[in-house]
Design a binder for this molecule. Structure first.
Ligand code: ADP
Length: 250
């Protein structure tokens, strides 16, 4: 006769441990989801607020309607963008899968730049582009644009202490060996070797106002599209972020 009580107890402990781990993982995933929604909505809401403040100030100063309309048009655009984010989340929650379309990345770079237009102008950042027309991938346009936007926003924010005449972002899009390569190069503060391996962790941030979700979202979007996200030091100073995505079949 062999006493198996000890073994049974050990198995039970292992099972409970496993259950605890799983529920922690679910909680972490929910937390990540909640902060990523907050992150995606924050930008359009901030833009709506500033366009409406601008419009109100113009009206207070009795500016002609033709001056006010463009600000309101932009506020409407941003409200639609926020609506798109919500719709995407609904449809992800319902189907648990991404929408698949042919996505011309160049057009989405333009759209992401338009969203950052005010910041870029205020900070006198020079943006140069080298975009290949045929750079088409298969994927979800809203998620991909969000990933581009996050890289662009980080590039803008990295140049806070860069001399104004050195502030430059170069965005390049090319196709090689069945892959689309997108690079966003800034002349910002660069990335300290001590934090390089934490950069993509959710909630990791070095900014006072940062949420630390931008790169985590960016990486999960890129990997969900069977791609890779990486970064390296910019030889001219600053950092280059690189997205590699499989080209869409012809
Ligand atoms: P957040 O922007 O809210 O901090 P991110 O996940 O987008 O969150 O970025 C995490 C951290 O990575 C940033 O706080 C910053 O330290 C660093 N980082 C990201 N992009 C750049 C960049 N282009 N140049 C320098 N540091 C960067």
């Amino acid at each position: 006769m062999v006493d198996i009580t000890e073994r049974k107890l050990a198995e039970e402990r292992a099972r409970q441990q496993q259950e605890r781990l799983q529920s922690t993982a679910r909680l972490v995933a929910m937390g990540e989801m909640a902060s990523s929604i907050a992150h995606e909505l924050n930008q359009p809401l901030a833009a709506i607020s500033s366009y409406c403040t601008g419009a109100a100030n113009l009206l207070r100063n009795r500016a002609p309607a033709t001056d006010v309309v463009p600000a309101l048009d932009k506020a409407v655009e941003q409200a639609q963008r926020a609506g798109n984010v919500i719709r995407r989340i609904y449809s992800l929650a319902r189907h648990g899968e991404n929408r698949l379309e042919r996505v011309h990345l160049g057009a989405h770079i333009d759209a992401a730049l338009a969203l950052m237009e005010v910041d870029i102008r205020q900070k006198s950042i020079r943006v140069t582009l080298d975009l290949e027309e045929e750079a088409v991938v298969e994927g979800d346009p809203v998620l991909l644009e969000q990933a581009l936007f996050n890289l662009l926003r980080n590039a803008v924010e990295s140049m806070r202490d860069t001399a104004p005449d050195q502030r430059q972002i170069h965005i390049a899009l090319s196709c090689t060996d069945g892959y689309v390569v997108l690079t966003v190069a800034d002349r910002g503060c660069g990335i300290d070797a001590r934090v390089a391996d934490k950069l993509f962790d959710p909630l990791f941030t070095t900014k006072a106002e940062g949420m630390g979700m931008g790169l985590a979202i960016c990486r999960s979007v890129v990997e969900n599209h069977r791609g890779r996200l990486s970064f390296e030091a910019n030889p001219a100073g600053g950092t280059v972020f690189r997205i590699l995505l499989p080209m869409a079949p012809q």
